[in-house]
Design a protein around this ligand. Structure first.
Ligand SMILES: *Cc1c(COP(=O)(O)O)cnc(C)c1O
Length: 379
């Protein structure tokens, strides 16, 4: 017998309510029954995204929604700004390159947050003018949260629009889309929203619509003007991912019941507990400043191979955490505390980590990590 536990920064575990919704017989999408669902989730998405703007649901993973942002906002030859502090920041630059959009890049040392002043300077000095600033709320590859509120203040009074990849942040940590003047906020289904992979989300501000009106990037499936025309009639341009949208209704219902504040508090507590446990175990965080509340990246202890650590936890004990990506492969492991994860999942993951570390010859007092986490949860 094997019981499996998932603590990766996407996909995340599914609540039983979501599994049950997924198992329903299929509805036809051009019916009043499905329209009622679409209306409800569109409204509830506004609550979770903290916006009055439209939030579009795309049948794609999160990256599809990132691509939608790029192709709808700008035109080949335009200049934009991308912030690269990890693998997902780099994705913005790659997407722009694919459409021959010139990206000025701010390279941030991995494990650090971007200094909003650098964005301010680029916006002021760059010629031709920067049309869009592409940022990341949580850089899931390094475990860093960027200060989107401060970035919003910098971008707000310029002609540029602010685009935020919040794929791993929405539904887990605070992102005030309207108050912080985020023009496009992107998310995906398989992170904080507690769904299987397969949906992308994108919110669009009036300032962003102005750019969309004049952009000349080739696009078809991800054309937001087509999506808007359909959404205004509570419809979708193409066949939507019906079962996932029904499941989305269940997930958003749970989130509304808890309330955003309680959700953010739960994530912060789990992050604090995880960080306290790592410290007690004598392990150092990869991102000690600006540490994200959705995933904790931990540096490998001397002589411990993180690939082997992750593999042993998963294959011998059924506890799946993540290793490092790209240049962090073998150097860090990552424990997610996002979505349908709570206190005792974290305790369980730390106890498994302790067991495997002990077996691998790392020296520490068994139970200190679990104890430190318990103390945070008790407090
Ligand atoms: C997971 C993730 C992505 C990629 O999303 P896909 O759904 O795999 O396309 C992009 N950005 C961030 C910050 C992520 O966490």
């Amino acid at each position: 017998m094997r019981k499996n536990y998932l603590l990766t920064p996407g996909p995340t575990p599914l609540p039983p309510e979501v599994c049950e919704a997924m198992a329903q017989p299929i509805l036809h999408h051009r019916t009043p029954q499905f329209q009622a669902v679409l209306k409800e989730v569109t409204e509830d998405l506004r609550y979770v995204f903290q916006t009055k703007n439209d939030v579009f649901i795309l049948a794609s993973s999160g990256t599809g929604a990132m691509e939608a942002a790029v192709v709808n906002l700008v035109s080949p030859g335009d200049t934009v700004l991308t912030v690269e502090g990890g693998k997902f920041g780099e994705r913005w630059t790659e997407l722009c390159a694919a459409y021959e959009i010139h990206a000025e890049v701010i390279k941030v040392e991995w494990g650090k947050a971007v200094d909003p002043v650098l964005i301010k300077e680029k916006l002021k000095d760059s010629k031709p003018k920067i049309k869009a600033v592409f940022t990341t709320l949580c850089e899931t590859s390094t475990g860093v949260t960027n200060d989107i509120k401060a970035i919003g203040e910098v971008v707000r009074n310029t002609e540029a629009v602010l685009v935020v990849d919040a794929i791993s942040g929405i539904g887990a940590i605070d992102l005030k889309t309207d108050e912080w003047t985020c023009d496009m906020v992107i998310s995906g289904s398989q992170k904080g929203l507690m769904l299987p992979p397969g949906l992308g989300f994108i919110s669009v501000s009036p300032k962003a619509w102005k750019l969309i009106e004049v952009s000349r990037c080739p696009r078809y499936y991800f054309d937001l003007k087509t999506a808007k025309k359909a959404l205004d009639k509570t419809d979708t341009p193409f066949t939507p991912a019906i079962s996932l949208i029904i499941a989305l209704r269940a997930a958003l219902g749970m989130m509304k019941q808890d309330g955003l504040e309680a959700i953010f508090t739960r994530h912060k507590k789990m992050a604090d507990a995880t960080r306290a446990a790592m410290k007690a175990l004598g392990l150092s965080l990869f991102a000690p400043t600006a540490a994200s509340d959705v995933v904790t990246a931990v540096c490998a202890p001397e002589g411990i191979d993180t690939e082997k650590l992750v593999k042993t936890m998963r294959d011998s004990y059924g506890v799946t955490i993540a290793g490092g990506q790209a240049e962090l492969k073998g150097k860090v492991f990552r424990i997610a505390h996002m979505g349908f994860i709570e206190e005792f999942d974290i305790i369980l993951a730390i106890s498994c980590l302790e067991k495997v570390l002990a077996k691998m010859g790392y020296s520490f007092q068994l139970g200190v990590g679990v104890g430190a986490a318990q103390k945070v949860f008790l407090g």
